[in-house]
Design a protein around this ligand. Structure first.
Ligand SMILES: O=C(O)CCC(=O)C(=O)O
Length: 282
């Protein structure tokens, strides 16, 4: 069964070795530095580009595109976390991630407007390393995803959950209507990972991608990040895609002014407004 069919059937798919080894290693080093090698977490936009590059990774975006879901992947939230067994409690109840996407609730289980990437920077290949547990969609078909964001124990779903024994560089993609949870680590065991929530926006216009509580430091990081990104990555951040009528000579110039150093590629793929597209090949 291919990844697309598996995702449609189960609500999740594990992609082996999706991250380039050098990119993964740079991410691990950056996360260790960010949390001073102790258990803790940092959030997007990250202070180090090695982590931003993973949240906006072309290979992850391509893998999401290959699932054939409607909409453009757009980063909503991302954290990078170093877990150390014994430092905190990591055993979670089964839950959905959709609170990261919306103030309201999904319409039903077929409401496919969000995909989560669990990116393993180090191995989670044994139960001691706190693998993610996921429940195939067929086992939760009776659940109302709107009113049951968490499944308290005990429940039959815990008997059929699958522990995903991932290796460093693997990426687990699951839908925002797929029940999953973090599991406990053995004392002293360590797992480094990232979780990225992508909404699948069906309206191409720019989104307010950043939470209202974003700090000045985070805005500064975002402003520094934008000029580094490719067209696809800008779209993933929430920019209108290259062919959107939003782009006119005036908006291109003003957006470049807003982000010092940004040079949106010239071109003429979008002609209706006489503008040049952002993010198209130069
Ligand atoms: O880290 C994991 O394996 C899953 C974590 C998770 O689902 C969460 O923190 O909401």
């Amino acid at each position: 069964m291919n990844d697309r069919k598996r995702f449609a059937q189960d609500g999740f798919v594990l992609l082996r070795e999706l991250l380039d080894p050098a990119v993964r290693a740079a991410g691990e080093t950056a996360l260790r530095g960010a949390v001073a090698d102790t258990s803790g977490a940092v959030a997007f936009p990250f202070a180090t580009d090695a982590l931003n590059d993973i949240a906006l990774s072309p290979s992850i975006l391509a893998a999401i595109a290959a699932l054939g879901l409607p909409g453009l992947p757009t980063v909503r939230a991302s954290t990078a976390v170093l877990k150390t067994g014994g430092a905190a409690r990591y055993d979670q109840p089964l839950h959905l991630e959709n609170k990261e996407y919306s103030l309201v609730v999904p319409v039903d289980a077929d409401d496919d407007r969000g995909v989560v990437a669990l990116i393993y920077l180090t191995d989670a290949g044994t139960d001691e390393l706190g693998p993610t547990a996921v429940v195939p969609r067929s086992a939760t078909a009776h659940r109302d995803v709107g009113s049951d964001p968490v499944i308290p124990r005990p429940a039959p779903e815990y008997e059929v959950e699958q522990r995903i024994h991932a290796r460093a560089g693997d990426v687990l993609l699951f839908g925002f209507n797929t029940y999953h949870r973090g599991t406990e680590l053995a004392v002293g065991a360590e797992r480094l990972s990232m979780q990225v929530s992508y909404s699948l926006r069906t309206t191409p216009g720019s989104t307010v991608n950043t939470p209202g509580s974003m700090s000045f430091a985070a805005w500064t990081r975002l402003t520094a990040l934008v000029p580094r990104l490719s067209g696809d990555q800008l779209t993933c951040l929430g920019f209108p895609p290259p062919t959107d009528p939003y782009w006119t000579p005036r908006t291109v110039a003003a957006v470049e002014q807003r982000y010092p150093g940004l040079r949106l590629p010239a071109g003429n793929a979008h002609t209706s407004g006489g503008g040049r597209p952002a993010g198209s090949a130069p």
